[in-house]
Design a protein around this ligand. Structure first.
Ligand code: SF4
Ligand code: SF4
Length: 426
């Protein structure tokens, strides 16, 4: 796609990158068919190809022309950033990166409506602070019986998980702790902000599994947020500052560990993309080294064989894993090999509507996507639904009575024998 960059924008690194991405789009429209918002709204401008045209227009007008930015904003805000379109695109268009650049450009030209600005600010203040977020979540869960239905669904009760080797105290992982110094193999396990407060059993489960693989787990002290939240809420400078801080914490530890493990695929995909986001900054080389060591927990656990008591399971693979990290089917494969009965789920490539903060900022569309998703997940009578990202976990549990858990929690809670072999070293 040919773009006539406005002279006032020429020479900007982000604009040059956007132009390169736009050039790779051949307007075929294949992506439209797999876009969840296009499917719901039927408007070309609420599909990837239409949004790409809007972004092209942004680059072709002067920065002081605010009308184009204002007209584009609602359509870009309704994008889930699920990146289903990237998976479908035959030309390899990096739509997610293009959208990030466009959001940065729009934030320079037009402000969202006041209510959205206030909601974004509140989310950015609360969510990256586990103490505050955790306290608010607990309060919400306490008051849940008297809350209106729509609000109650935002504070789901997440079932606790137990199984072989789990701590009886139910405590969450301790920042800076080393859980099993007996092993030579070591990884850093990221705590995340929301997951640490909302679903602490996830990392406890992963500790159990990695211990069985002979891998010791370390945590960062003062881990902080990976920056995804601010970055995707158009506070890109704050997001980049959080990214630099996490790089400063992780980089000195790289030589001591074989991997940095993310158990929330939304955080993992962001850290893997630090080099793109921080291109041209002094920390770019270190960002590349950190990103090169980050793995989703599925990449590590799929190197072992697991034996488990079976369960009938429906899998929701998060978009950040399926489309963002290109790991469609990885959770299902691990569970099937471990002896689980994984039921078919229609439209597994479609987003559940969680999408970071989307379920809060676009509740109507997120609610429709959630209804469709839980209907698809429940269609074959699973005992349990599993996923791999804390946002999807909470969002799905708000829409169904079927217990939802992280797939690693299911694996750890149903373990029978130790892993038979390390496939990587076999
Ligand atoms: S599928 Fe790819 S090349 Fe075709 S319109 Fe969509 S983004 Fe462009
Ligand atoms: S990221 Fe998802 S919602 Fe956005 S255009 Fe692509 S497929 Fe549609």
């Amino acid at each position: 796609m040919q773009t006539d960059i406005h002279p006032q924008l020429a020479g900007r690194r982000d604009v040059g990158e956007a132009e390169d991405i736009l050039r790779s789009c051949v307007h075929c429209g294949f992506c439209t068919a797999t876009c969840p918002t296009y499917q719901l709204l039927g408007d070309e401008l609420d599909g990837p190809r239409g949004r790409i045209y809007l972004i092209k227009n942004l680059l072709e007008v002067a920065p002081e022309d605010r009308d184009v930015a204002r007209a584009s904003l609602p359509h870009l805000d309704r994008c889930l950033t699920c990146r289903s379109c990237e998976t479908t695109c035959p030309s390899g268009v990096r739509y997610g990166r293009l959208l990030d650049i466009a959001r940065g450009l729009i934030s320079e030209r037009a402000k969202p409506v006041l209510a959205r600005r206030m909601a974004s600010l509140l989310i950015r203040l609360v969510v990256p602070r586990p103490m505050i977020f955790g306290a608010m979540l607990k309060l919400g869960q306490l008051l849940r019986p008297i809350l209106p239905g729509a609000l109650a669904r935002k504070v789901p009760m997440v079932p606790r998980v137990d199984g072989p080797g789990f701590s009886k105290t139910g405590s969450s992982p301790v920042s800076g702790s080393i859980s099993a110094p007996k092993h030579d193999r070591r990884v850093i396990l990221l705590n995340g902000c929301v997951q640490r407060a909302a679903t602490p059993d996830v990392n406890r489960a992963i500790e159990v599994l990695l211990d069985r693989m002979g891998i010791a787990v370390e945590y960062l002290s003062e881990e902080g947020c990976c920056g995804a939240l601010d970055y995707h809420l158009a506070a890109q400078d704050t997001g980049r500052a959080r990214m630099r801080r996490l790089i400063d914490l992780l980089h000195p530890r790289l030589a001591d560990v074989e991997a940095i493990v993310s158990s929330a695929s939304g955080c993992g995909v962001t850290i893997k993309e630090y080099p793109d986001i921080l291109t041209g900054e002094p920390c770019e080389a270190r960002a590349r080294e950190v990103a090169g060591k980050v793995v989703d927990v599925s990449e590590l656990l799929e190197t072992a064989e697991w034996n488990c008591r079976s369960a009938r399971v429906a899998v929701h693979s998060p978009c950040s894993l399926t489309h963002g990290q290109g790991r469609a089917g990885s959770i299902e494969q691990i569970l099937v090999r471990a002896g689980m009965e994984v039921v078919p789920v229609r439209d597994g490539h479609l987003c559940c509507g969680s999408a970071g903060t989307y379920s809060i900022l676009q509740p109507q569309l997120a609610g429709q996507l959630l209804s469709n998703k839980v209907a698809a997940l429940g269609a074959n009578d699973p005992e349990i639904i599993v996923t791999g990202n804390v946002g999807c976990h909470l969002h799905l549990q708000g829409g169904t009575d079927i217990p939802v858990m992280h797939w690693a929690e299911l694996l750890a809670s149903r373990l029978t024998d130790p892993p038979q072999a390390d496939r990587a070293s076999a």
